[in-house]
Design a protein around this ligand. Structure first.
Ligand SMILES: Nc1ncnc2c1ncn2[C@@H]1O[C@H](COP(=O)(O)OP(=O)(O)O)[C@@H](O)[C@H]1O
Ligand SMILES: [Mg+2]
Length: 259
């Protein structure tokens, strides 16, 4: 067993994400906004967890802290056994390159690059060999059903196709955790449904863990569990789909549902 395999085996029993008493306050003085307050929950490995709550409830703030785009004001977050909240800016950039991938509501593609070039971008940043990169790009475009559209730029693709490019790009470096922030928010109902089904399938196929914020009942239904925020606090989730997902309750009871 290599050192890396040993480390993976040790981590296998731990949650992929652990959020402990996290708060995020923006601004100062009378301008202060408490986006998150004392939030705690775990995301077990290999699960798809939906993060729900009204606009302004703190979903984006929470996902940004977990993925290392932002830092909480208080509390501790670990991702794949690494304490994200203790990392330097540079190491958080490394985390986003190697461990975590984001999918955003607005797709976030580079307009000047083709679909294939967008998908290959994370591998360029990691200096993957050209031949390996080209092969993986072809596989990923095939996975999301866009082989025919590989040379088109984002502006020449529909919203659903753009989001599929973004999903393929997110998978490029084989992240362990996929974070998607309202990935179907800009899509019509049917396209959103198709993108959700794709997300669920690729997550399962790649053995990944995913945390996906959504307003979409369809996504809540396919998720293994749901975490609900209201005004920056976790609230108990009485969703029946939650039952029987191997969840465990930890932390103090006022913090609500722990996945
Ligand atoms: N950069 C910021 N500066 C000030 N307030 C912010 C910032 N980001 C978010 N907020 C505030 O924090 C709260 C939660 O926002 P957000 O996390 O975006 O919620 P959601 O994604 O659920 O809509 C809102 O009141 C929002 O206005
Ligand atoms: Mg948001």
């Amino acid at each position: 067993m290599s050192a890396e395999e040993r480390r993976d085996a040790e981590r296998a029993g731990e949650p992929m994400v652990s959020v402990e008493r996290v708060s995020r306050v923006f601004g100062y003085g009378s301008q202060q906004v408490t986006a998150l307050e004392d939030v705690s929950f775990d995301v077990p490995r290999g699960r798809l967890v939906a993060l729900v709550g009204r606009s302004g409830s703190g979903k984006t703030s929470l996902l940004n802290c977990i993925g290392g785009l932002d830092r909480p004001t208080a509390g501790r977050i670990t991702v794949d056994g690494v304490e994200v909240t203790a990392l330097s800016e540079r190491r958080r950039t490394g985390l986003r390159r190697d461990t975590v991938a984001f999918v955003f509501q607005t797709f976030g593609l580079v307009p000047m690059l083709s679909a294939a070039e967008n998908v290959g971008l994370p591998m360029r940043l990691k200096a993957t060999r050209t031949r390996d990169r080209e092969q993986r790009v072809a596989e990923l475009l095939d996975l999301v059903g866009l082989t025919q559209h590989r040379d088109q730029r984002p502006g020449e693709l529909s919203g659903g196709q753009q989001q599929r490019v973004a999903i393929a790009r997110a998978l490029a470096n084989e992240p362990r955790l996929l974070i998607a922030d309202e990935p179907t928010g800009q899509l019509d109902a049917d396209t959103g449904q198709a993108v959700m089904a794709l997300l669920r399938d690729v997550i399962a196929a790649q053995g990944m863990t995913a945390l996906v914020s959504t307003h979409d009942q369809g996504l809540m239904d396919i998720a293994d569990a749901t975490v609900r925020l209201a005004d920056g606090r976790l609230v108990a989730e009485d969703d029946a789909s939650f039952v029987g997902t191997g969840s465990r309750a930890t932390g103090s009871e006022h913090q609500g549902r722990v996945v």
